[in-house]
Design a protein around this ligand. Structure first.
Ligand code: HH2
Length: 256
């Protein structure tokens, strides 16, 4: 899954693809590099992000890009049912919700379509989530949350074949929490649906390497490969070509 943020303020690529033509060109580039799916985000969820943008503003950013990329498999990264409904009507293949369809009306919006959905775990909200993340057992708590959300999605009429789960690296988690989740990612297979992992350029990698977001490629690839080895079926990344090369080596080794 290649990331295209149509935002002025995303933590790693904010402003680069705010112009619809730049976003469209970047999505095509990521597909040429080997992405299977493009994740379009029109609202930043970075830690400490200011007030959410309105649904109108999110759609104003999103629509020209969605309409310009009709031929590609698209995921739309949004927490708002209004935005989900429009994205699905425009043909989005997946809704990627960092809020796991908890907003009123979100389950129904996805249930009314045939699209896939990614249910992600987050403790708190983007504005506050990194202030004091706390868990007794991070893997058990994230798993229990995701299990409940998968059950809610199924109860709302979303077939389990349409559901993907994501522990939400960096969303209300310390470095230690993120590492524990990565180390034990294979335990999420017990929920019976594919696992998505997003480590690309995240601040935990900055803490480990001491590098700013623009210099975290090697660290991102290392984390992506560990996630793949630990069972992730989908990797959410900004750097598709380099991740593809790394994955090709893993696949070659595992083929034997
Ligand atoms: N991470 C980000 C955004 N959306 N969705 C899922 N399912 N999993 C993630 O780990 C995830 C996500 C944050 O990264 P980015 O899109 O680069 O930044 P921003 O939220 O600032 O736009």
């Amino acid at each position: 899954m290649g990331v295209v943020n149509i935002t002025p303020d995303s933590f790693s690529d904010g402003g680069r693809f705010f112009d619809p033509a730049a976003a469209i060109a970047h999505a095509h580039k990521l597909m040429e590099e080997g992405a299977d799916l493009i994740d379009l985000g029109a609202e930043s969820s970075r830690p400490g992000a200011a007030a959410m943008v309105s649904a109108e503003e999110e759609l104003r950013r999103l629509l020209p890009v969605l309409q310009g990329l009709r031929d590609l498999p698209l995921s739309v990264d949004t927490v708002k049912p209004e935005v989900m409904r429009v994205a699905l009507a425009e043909g989005a293949a997946m809704i990627n919700d960092i809020n796991a369809l908890r907003a009123p009306g979100a389950l129904a919006a996805v249930a009314a379509s045939d699209a896939a959905v990614c249910l992600m775990h987050m403790q708190g909200t983007p504005g506050t989530m990194q202030l004091a993340p706390r868990y007794a057992d991070v893997v058990a708590e994230v798993k229990a949350f995701l299990q409940e959300r998968v059950e809610s999605a199924c109860a709302a009429g979303i077939a389990p074949e349409r559901v993907v789960i994501d522990p939400g690296f960096g969303f209300g988690k310390t470095l230690e929490h993120n590492l524990e989740l990565l180390r034990r990612l294979h335990e999420f297979a017990a929920l019976g649906v594919p696992v998505l992992a997003g480590w690309s350029r995240k601040s935990s990698l900055g803490t480990i390497t001491g590098k700013p977001a623009g210099e975290r490629l090697a660290a991102s690839i290392a984390a992506a490969l560990i996630a793949a080895q630990n069972g992730a079926a989908i990797l959410r990344v900004h750097d598709v070509a380099a991740t593809r090369d790394a994955l090709a080596v893993l696949i070659a080794v595992e083929k034997k």
